[in-house]
Structure formats: structure tokens, C-alpha cells
Design a protein around this ligand. Structure first.
Ligand SMILES: Nc1ncnc2c1ncn2[C@@H]1O[C@H](COP(=O)(O)OP(=O)(O)OP(=O)(O)O)[C@@H](O)[C@H]1O
Ligand SMILES: [Mg+2]
Length: 271
């Protein structure tokens, strides 16, 4: 079987600004592919080309075996795109948003589809509340849930966790993992190295218009000289502390760990 996404020699300029200078990559079916790059590297530009929102100046790209330039209708039926900025309707409730998209896609039983997705993304309790009252993490989850309606085989997630707190990021990560486990191909962009490390089967780095590195996490790690073994005292990261304190039952764990380490947890947190 061919790759779910194939990109060969794709170039794109905005007037004099040459953003993509010949991008090559392949995403295997059912895998999670992370495209890393700093601000302005061209990640969103590439995702827009792959989702037929933008035309490349040169090169070829196929999604689900359809050419993005000449078979854009077929490509659109094969994909969903969750943009960098959540595209949910604030005035509607979470459930209404989902039902609306299911109706737009002419699916049977829009209500049942909405309820199943609300359940899957842990939004059942908030289902009838206006999205305006949702937190950033809930909006993102709803946004991803909306993009799954109609079961597209390929989904593009442009910076799915930017701006989310650590707990909400983990919830989104779990949702993405579940997608891939069900056979969906996921291409996500991120600026977070740990996100790529957590999720991706394959990671590519877009830099100065080209893919400069492409491989598994193991491949990428081999690019650096082998780690020197050093004995250092392991300090918890701030993220570990945060998660230990805010997650259910975590506070007790944190207190227990703090006590074991001779730290007064409450005092430390209060500072
Ligand atoms: N419509 C446009 N017109 C002109 N320049 C643009 C346009 N869209 C993007 N650019 C420029 O192209 C470059 C790449 O932008 P792009 O949004 O693809 O980057 P990105 O990797 O997604 O960045 P970020 O991490 O900030 O989302 C940037 O320098 C940006 O300013
Ligand atoms: Mg972007």
C-alpha cells in the first residue's frame, strides 16, 4: 500500500518570501507523523497545501492517493483539518456543534454520532453548555471531535495543543493516540519537542524551507553522540510537580513524595 500522504519537491512562496523550497515527506497509513519547526518555518503553509486550501508553486503531493492539485474534491473527502485556532461555534452548545457538522456531512443519526463523540472526548457533562463557557482544552477536544465526524482516513492537526495546560495536553494526546490506534493517519504540527516524542511514530523537522531531518525518535536520537552516563540526583520537573498536585489523588502523592524528600509541599507550592 502506498503512503497516506506523499510530498515531493513542494515549493511555495508568498511574493518574495520563499517559504517551502522543496519539501519531501511520506506518512505511512495509520501512523502519527509530527512535523516540527519554529515559528514561521512553513508548517501551516504545508498543511494548507495538503488540505487543498492553498496551491503549491511546484512539486507533487498526494493524500489518500489523490493529487491535491488535480483531485482536490477527493482529497477533501479523505481528510479533516483542525486548524491552529479552534473553529467551534461559541453560541452553540458542544452537542449542537457536533450535530451541525454531522448534518452538514449528510450523515444518518446526527444525534447518536454527537453523543458517541461527546462520550469519547469526555464532554458528556458539558454537552448542553454553550461553547463560550468551555475552557481551552475542552474547545480543542470538541474541535478534534468535530473533525472526526464522517471518519476521514487522514487527519491534519495544526498545533493541537498550543496554549493548553499540561493536563489538557495529555487529554488531547490520548485522543490522538486513540485515533491512530483505530487506523486513522495523523499528521500533526507542533513546536513542542516533547509532544513529538510522546506521540509520533515518525518525526520530521522543517527548517529554512526543507525537511532537514526525518526519522523515528530512535533515528533522531542516534544523530547525537551516545549519551554519557552520569549520576545526578533526579529532580522532578515543574510539569511533574504541577501534574502531581492538580490531578486527582495526585496531591496526596505529591505530599507523600515531598515528605519523603523532606519538603513541605504546601509551602513550596505557595511560593
Ligand atoms: N498569506 C500569507 N501571506 C504572506 N506571508 C505569509 C502568509 N502566510 C504565511 N506567511 C509567511 O510564511 C511564513 C511561514 O508561515 P507559516 O504560517 O506556514 O509558518 P508556521 O511554521 O506555521 O509558523 P507558526 O509556528 O508560527 O504557526 C511566515 O514567515 C509567514 O509570515
Ligand atoms: Mg502555523
Amino acid at each position: 500500500m502506498t503512503a497516506a500522504v506523499r510530498v515531493q519537491g513542494v515549493e511555495k512562496a508568498y511574493k518574495d518570501l520563499q517559504v517551502l523550497k522543496g519539501v519531501d515527506l511520506e506518512v505511512e497509513r495509520g501512523s502519527i507523523f509530527a512535523l516540527l519547526g519554529s515559528n514561521g518555518a512553513g508548517k501551516t503553509t504545508l498543511v494548507k497545501i495538503l488540505s487543498t486550501l492553498l496551491k503549491a508553486d511546484a512539486g507533487v503531493a498526494t493524500v489518500n492517493d489523490f493529487d491535491v492539485a488535480t483531485q482536490s474534491g477527493d482529497v477533501r473527502e479523505s481528510i479533516s483539518l483542525t486548524g491552529q485556532f479552534a473553529a467551534v461555534d461559541e453560541v452553540l452548545s458542544g452537542r449542537e456543534n457536533l450535530v451541525l457538522v454531522a448534518k452538514l456531512r449528510h450523515l444518518k443519526n446526527p444525534g447518536a454520532i454527537a453523543d458517541a463523540l461527546l462520550e469519547r472526548f469526555a464532554l458528556t457533562d458539558a454537552a448542553s453548555r454553550k461553547v463560550a463557557t468551555y475552557s481551552g482544552g475542552m474547545r480543542r477536544r470538541l474541535d478534534i471531535a468535530m473533525s472526526l465526524i464522517g471518519d476521514p482516513p487522514v487527519i491534519f492537526l495544526d498545533e493541537p495543543t498550543t496554549g493548553l495546560d499540561p493536563q489538557a495536553r495529555i487529554e488531547v494526546w490520548d485522543a490522538v493516540r486513540e485515533l491512530a490506534a483505530n487506523g486513522t493517519t495523523v499528521l500533526l504540527t507542533t513546536q513542542y519537542l516533547d509532544e513529538a516524542e510522546q506521540l509520533a511514530d515518525r518525526i520530521a523537522i522543517l527548517h529554512e524551507g526543507r525537511i532537514i531531518v526525518d526519522g523515528t525518535l530512535g533515528d533522531l536520537k542516534k544523530l547525537l553522540p551516545p549519551a554519557k552516563v552520569e549520576y545526578i540526583e533526579k529532580q522532578p520537573t515543574l510539569e511533574e510537580v504541577f501534574l502531581a498536585i492538580v490531578t486527582k489523588g495526585g496531591a496526596d502523592n505529591a505530599a507523600a513524595k515531598g515528605a519523603a524528600a523532606g519538603v513541605d509541599t504546601e509551602k513550596e507550592v505557595a511560593k
